[in-house]
Design a protein. Structure first.
Ligand code: AMP
Ligand code: ZN
Length: 662
């Protein structure tokens, strides 16, 4: 690139970056993805490094991005707020460390704190003698917006500290992913524009001129910097974090004090995959030099501290082309669309398919083959399509009218968004789906029997329903391509080894509409034998807590269906017989004992219920003379009082756990 080209590109990049800064910081509605932004930013940095004479003070690389929106009072920060330099590869991260280490030649390794980079918006809080007096956004780092009123609506921000000290606190306001999704669902229902991501939702909720709106949103705060007026009370960043916790702030629990860069990189690698299991968005890691004296020596550039850096994860969102829509027919006949994409790298893996949920979703997204779509990595393995490019109209993909597997006319039930293939008996996709599901982890968990084996067995005409699995011989498996004697033996034994499942597994595996593992468990609890379920009426079933009319009806219909009766008879004939209980019993310690649970325990009640039942006990909803024990958590209800009156033994969670000690 020559001088003239560099000059032209710099001016172009500045324009794009400034425009996206405005969209991101002022309007809370980004026009490009974070990844695209970072790429442009790095390109500008690179060109400016090559042509330093073209670097001007007003370049986005020389300042912090935000600006006060209209309507808020501006407030000048007591201590400047900085941005963070970042890299997206481990080489650059090592280079940063080498640069810092050069200043400390005597030390083997420096101590560092590694923490998650929370993707929310940073806020500066000021406390005087333990009282919150000011809350502000970062703005351009020198001045931000006064949002004190709104800050007071966030429950995880204490208005009074546990000690009467004066301190400035920095941290990130964020919205949990689950709350973000709920908010967007509500917005869709009300016809309001959705937020692009949890960060924008947090920013949009916090920067409301009416603090009543902020109060309705589920906002949280992780504190990450302590700036006490009395500088001597902390010597390291780590001590600062402990101080914040002591004062009553929430800190993100995943910070770690380490030595040297190798440990830092290990943590980055760990969180790169684990971040999807968190209920808040993180876009990278922040690495900070621990000693405050060293931080001061290292100092700042005009935009960022030299004593800290960020490592950015590969993008969670990328644009790609929707090449096709594949229709998949599930085990109950539901037809769902799947996006087939031009392969792209997303969060470290190559993605070719994405979920589209259902046809209403396609309508809502207004997409068709050929559209550019933004896809996002979610907690699930398969990513989802978020939106198309604005103004790119290619029409909307039209719903199919025939089943792609059997050609039957599809039907749409009024109360459900799904399209169904009604041909449940002869539709190959449904037949195979049910057999696969029978063998799956969630159901009977038959090792080695997955999609490809089921496909082969079905194509050969060896199986037509899941009961047929049990009549297969070793020789049958040997007729399949690529199956040798050893694996044929294994498949045979794996199948035969599942002839005596718990009632929960058996019920789950039947592929009864609306009955998944959880509901199957609820039913199996009340009706632990096959005979009892076959005889249960809709009325009997809806008495079970958690079973609605539709599920109850579906169960009764299933067991009255002539074809299902044939399959159930076949299962019996082949010796498949569920155990007379919902659970695999692991001990007899609670045989004949009845429990009642009350109050809040450290884990959901279902966890305790399961442990009790696996040990032979029963769980009941109300206390009577027959109750053996009451397991009481925090804030127990009236059941506790009744138990005391009746002289029933009351166990705390700790006491309960003692039963399970070896
Ligand atoms: P950037 O938004 O890329 O300029 O990155 C800097 C921003 O990262 C800061 O202004 C903070 O809002 C945010 N951030 C998130 N988590 C942390 C953390 N643990 N430590 C410091 N900054 C953080
Ligand atoms: Zn079909």
């Amino acid at each position: 690139m020559d001088y003239q080209e560099a000059k032209a590109r710099i001016s172009e990049l500045k324009k794009i970056i400034e425009e996206s800064n405005r969209a991101y910081y002022v309007e809370d509605a980004p026009n490009i993805t974070d990844f695209e932004y970072d790429e442009l930013f790095r390109e500008l940095n690179r060109i400016e490094a090559e042509y330093p004479e073209l670097k001007t003070a007003d370049s986005p690389t020389q300042k912090v991005g935000g600006k006060a929106a209209e309507g808020f009072k501006e407030v000048v920060h007591k201590y400047r707020l900085y941005s963070l330099d970042n890299s997206n590869n481990y080489d650059d991260l090592r280079k940063w460390y080498e640069r810092v280490k050069k200043e400390y030649p005597k030390e083997d390794e420096l101590s560092l704190v590694v923490e998650l980079k929370i993707d929310g918006l940073s806020c500066a809080l000021t406390y005087k003698n333990g009282e919150l007096i000011l809350g502000a956004t970062r703005g351009n780092g020198i001045a931000g917006e006064n949002i004190t009123q709104n800050i007071k609506e966030i429950k995880s921000i204490p208005q009074k500290l546990s000690k009467q000290i004066s301190i400035d606190v920095r941290g990130e306001v964020y919205m949990p992913v689950s709350s973000f999704e709920r908010l967007n669902e509500e917005n869709i229902e009300r016809g309001i524009k959705e937020f692009a991501n949890p960060r924008n939702a947090a920013a949009g909720s916090l920067r409301q001129l009416d603090s009543k709106i902020t109060a309705q949103r589920d906002l949280h705060f992780f504190a990450y910097t302590a700036l006490p007026e009395d500088k001597n009370i902390i010597k390291t960043h780590y001590e600062g974090m402990k101080l914040l916790e002591e004062l009553g702030f929430e800190t993100n629990p995943n910070y770690k004090l380490v030595k040297g860069i190798d440990e830092v990189i290990e943590l980055c690698k760990y969180w790169e995959t684990q971040r999807f299991n968190l209920n808040y968005a993180t876009d990278g890691m922040v690495i900070k030099i621990n000693e405050i004296s060293k931080q001061n020596e290292l100092g700042y550039t005009s935009r960022a501290p030299k004593w800290a850096t960020a490592f950015k994860f590969p993008p969670e969102e990328v644009w790609t082309k929707l090449e096709d829509v594949e229709l998949s027919v599930g085990k109950t006949g539901a037809v769902t669309p799947i996006a087939i994409l031009t392969p792209v790298k997303l969060a470290g893996t190559v993605v070719k398919r994405a979920s589209l949920h259902n046809f209403d979703e396609i309508q809502r997204l207004g997409i068709n083959k050929g559209n550019e779509v933004l896809i996002k990595k979610a907690a699930e393995i398969i990513p989802k399509v978020i939106r198309k490019r604005e103004n790119e109209d290619m029409g909307v993909y039209s719903m199919p009218d025939k089943c792609p597997s059997c050609g039957a006319e599809l039907v749409k039930t009024d109360d459900e968004v799904a399209l169904y293939c009604p041909n449940s008996l002869d539709c190959p996709a449904q037949i195979k789906g049910r057999i696969e599901y029978w063998a799956s982890k969630e159901a009977m968990d038959i090792d080695g029997v997955g999609e490809s084996i089921v496909e082969k067995l079905y194509e050969k005409g060896l199986i037509n329903d899941f009961a047929d699995l049990y009549k297969l011989t070793v020789d049958d498996f040997m007729t399949l391509d690529l199956i040798k004697e050893k694996s044929a033996d294994n498949l045979y034994s794996a199948i035969q080894g599942t002839k005596n499942p718990t009632m929960t597994k058996f019920l789950t595996a039947l592929s009864i509409k609306l009955i998944g593992k959880e509901t199957a468990e609820l039913i199996a609890n009340e009706f632990p034998t096959l005979e009892s379920i076959k005889n249960a009426s809709i009325e009997d079933l809806i008495k079970i807590d958690g079973i609605g009319d539709k599920a109850a009806k579906s169960v009764v219909e299933f067991f009255n269906d002539e074809n299902n009766k044939i399959i159930l008879n076949k299962l019996e004939e082949y010796g498949v017989k569920p155990q007379g209980s919902a659970y695999e019993k692991t001990s007899n310690i609670f045989d004949g004992k009845t429990f009642v649970i009350t109050g809040t325990l450290s884990q959901p009640r279902s966890v305790f219920e399961e442990r009790i039942k696996k040990a032979g006990g029963k769980v009941s909803g109300s206390v009577s003379k027959k109750t053996s024990y009451v397991l009481a958590g925090e804030n127990p209800g009236s059941k506790f009082d009744k138990a005391s009156d009746l002289g029933v033994i009351i166990l705390s969670e700790n006491e309960f756990n003692l039963f399970f000690k070896e």
